[in-house]
Design a protein around this ligand. Sequence first.
Ligand code: ADP
Ligand code: MG
Length: 293
Amino acid sequence: ATPMSIGVGVGRGAQLGVLVRDAEALERLQRVDVVVLDKTGTLTEGRPSAELVATGASFDDDDVLRWAAAAERGSEHPLGGAVVQAAVDRGLEVPRAEGFAAPAGRGVRAQVEGRRVLVGSPVFLVEEGVQGAGAFAGRVEALRAEGGTAVLVAVDGAAAGLLAVRDRVRESTAGALRALRAQGLELVMITGDARGTAEAVARQLGVERVEAEVRPEDKAAAVASLRAEGRVVAMVGDGVNDAPALAAADVGVAMGSGTDVAVEGAGVVLLHSDLEALVRARALSRATMRNIR
Ligand code: ADP
Ligand code: MG
């Protein structure tokens, strides 16, 4: 490829809503046969809202929400922001937390008003030895079946509440996936979220293959294993967690609204976080290559 023709492709990209950070990535885009899509923030808006939907027998609703919000206040995860907002919306004063820790892809832990508080996935709470989480199992499954994320709260080792977290699918997602599929591309959803939730969203969008409950550190390995099968892989993501997977793909594609880490590690950026731009980028990739040959 001559630098000039690539230059044409790069310049044209901005008009199409695509920022090409790596001209060779644009070139590889036309050879891609599978697109791996992060769920949260990529297929969905990444602006979740949370609601306390069940509380353990010996707990007060407002206490559970206050303590959960206190533990989440130090979190950089969008889920954490949603939990804090839910408490603020209820007019609750969020107390100070100590000893905050946030194991990636699991949840948060902190000391709040002398209590040991955990907020996170049901798997995380079970790993931490929390008792009584089973009492929420039916509601957790029902929530997942409609595409919601279940976040549990534990206080001093006992399950204390269930938060329903919902994040809307982006308006442009369904149309973009249809267009990518029409180009013969296989679509794979990858997410740290629970299988039930991931499959509900995938079904809604017609995504055939789902990799769920993938730990942040394993997203890149999932991309690498597709490449080992001889596939040419584009990975689309937005989060800090996605950066290694973007780097592991033949073409890393970041949502423009994504974190700096994701954008800096991507060959292609979708400026308006619109997946349709990926369809246009593929057309641009073909046109640019035609110019060169
Ligand atoms: P994603 O692929 O959706 O970005 P992550 O790997 O960041 O997912 O997180 C996976 C799961 O871990 C979430 O669905 C949630 O259940 C839990 N989790 C992660 N961070 C938090 C947090 N700050 N608060 C509550 N739950 C969390
Ligand atoms: Mg994401």
